[in-house]
Design a binder for this molecule. Structure first.
Ligand SMILES: CC(C)(COP(=O)(O)OP(=O)(O)OC[C@H]1O[C@@H](n2cnc3c(N)ncnc32)[C@H](O)[C@@H]1OP(=O)(O)O)[C@@H](O)C(=O)NCCC(=O)NCCS
Length: 167
């Protein structure tokens, strides 16, 4: 998909607007600095995004989303690929996330990305829905795939210190 590159502020503005539309929540972008936000862009706009925080060697994913009019076209998988790439780039050992137990599409997507259910928080959400806790370990094979995939490297060039650690 051809598109111009959005500036950081255009990107953030679009993520805030999409987030409000999808989750009905005002987004505090302050939580997700430039290390905690990835976007999939096309048609001169943000099509999908993920928001996460890194704490020590864990990447905690708070949100993944695709604009409603682009769903079912594989962009969810692109978002997950970006998450894995960023996890490898930062050399974390674990990605963790929480999802509503009734969100079948997201659960399917996460499990297809290798996430495993590790716990259930009963009636975690205000409406009584359970929360599933899913984990995805980062393996040596993930790191190899990241460092050997030109597509990844173009979007997430490795940090110098990461290259040193891997060599
Ligand atoms: C979850 C979400 C990100 C998936 O994005 P997407 O672009 O539709 O995902 P993809 O097109 O890459 O499809 C991913 C998988 O889900 C399946 N899928 C997509 N939409 C589906 C639907 N409506 N019903 C059943 N399966 C569906 C696809 O077939 C695909 O499975 P496959 O790889 O086995 O073929 C998107 O639905 C979304 O933004 N939902 C609202 C926000 C949300 O709930 N986020 C997750 C919690 S934070």
């Amino acid at each position: 998909m051809d598109d111009k590159c959005l500036t950081r502020s255009e990107m953030e503005y679009q993520v805030i607007t999409l987030h409000k539309e999808i989750f009905g929540e005002k987004l505090n972008t302050f939580l997700y600095d430039q290390n905690g936000m990835l976007t999939i862009q096309g048609d001169d706009r943000v099509i999908g995004y993920a928001l996460y925080v890194f704490t020590e060697n864990i990447m905690d994913v708070h949100y993944t989303a695709v604009a409603p009019e682009y769903r079912g076209e594989g962009f969810g998988h692109e978002v997950m690929k970006g998450i894995l790439a960023h996890a490898c780039r930062r050399m974390v050992s674990l990605i963790t996330l929480e999802v509503r137990s009734d969100n079948e599409v997201a659960i399917h997507l996460y499990k297809k990305t290798g996430f495993k259910e590790v716990n259930v928080r009963k009636k975690y959400y205000k409406d009584g829905c359970d929360a599933l806790l899913l984990n995805r370990e980062i393996s040596i094979n993930d790191l190899k795939a990241y460092f050997e995939d030109d597509e990844y490297l173009e979007v997430y060039p490795p940090l110098e210190d990461v290259i040193e650690q891997v060599q």
